[in-house]
Write a protein that binds this ligand. Structure first.
Ligand code: NI
Ligand code: MN
Length: 229
């Protein structure tokens, strides 16, 4: 069974794996880059990297409609429970758990995590997923460059999904350095071109990845599924 990834603009991703629909940082309402509405997506599990509004997004409404389980850090899961989300699974940095869809570990991310109402959202996270067929996928989340990406790279990544937008996260130059630390087989850029503040030329960045690193870069079109070989 293949792993199929769909980018919905900004940092919102869908992943079909092991017969489950995963949504990562589901930001549809108010996301100018999203090709579909929050009502149009399926989810068995929702993964949230940190508390910012462009990542928590529509998770409460989607969980209410679909009955999806939300996986995030302890603080965000508590906040979601207070908002009526019935099924949550709290983890924290460095901790992994074998979910029905695969083994998911929360990793370090260099960022903030306050929730939309100002509540404390714990530490921001990246996600490291080992799929049912042994593929390792790293979602950097919103993050600046940090040297311990080298440790994450030691896991031998098939795919890394990294922000390149600059201003709030790594920009193209630091994201290129991140690729050199992570050494994934494939890298996909996200968190750019949502607003003019984070406009970047992803094709130019991908060309630099291909000439300056050993990784292959894939630039996704929002709404177009892509299969991890
Ligand atoms: Ni953020
Ligand atoms: Mn963000």
């Amino acid at each position: 069974m293949p792993n199929t990834l769909t980018w919905y603009g900004h940092a919102t991703l869908g992943l079909q794996t092991a017969g489950y629909n995963l949504l990562i940082d589901p930001f549809f309402s108010g996301n100018p880059a999203s090709p579909i509405s929050a009502e149009a997506v399926n989810a068995d599990f929702i993964l949230i990297t940190h508390g910012h509004g462009d990542h928590v997004g529509d998770s409460v409404a989607i969980a209410a409609r679909t009955g999806a389980t939300i996986i995030s850090n302890f603080e965000i899961c508590n906040w979601l429970k207070q908002r009526g989300v019935e099924k949550t699974h709290a983890q924290h940095l460095g901790g992994g758990f074998k979910h029905p869809f695969g083994y998911l570990k929360l990793t370090l991310a260099l960022h903030g995590s306050s929730l939309p109402d100002g509540a404390y959202g714990g530490s921001p996270a990246g996600l490291l997923l080992t799929t049912h067929n042994g593929k390792k996928i790293y979602f950097g989340g919103d993050t600046g460059l940090f040297g311990d990406m080298r440790l994450i790279g030691e896991e031998t990544l098939d795919l890394a999904i990294l922000p390149i937008g600059d201003n709030f996260t790594m920009g193209p130059d630091d994201a290129l350095r991140a690729v050199k630390l992570l050494t994934p087989k494939v890298v996909i850029p996200i968190h750019y071109n949502t607003w003019s503040l984070i406009d970047q030329n992803a094709l130019e960045w991908a060309a630099r990845v291909e000439t300056e690193t050993t990784s292959q870069a894939v630039v996704l079109t929002a709404g177009q599924p892509w299969t991890l070989a």
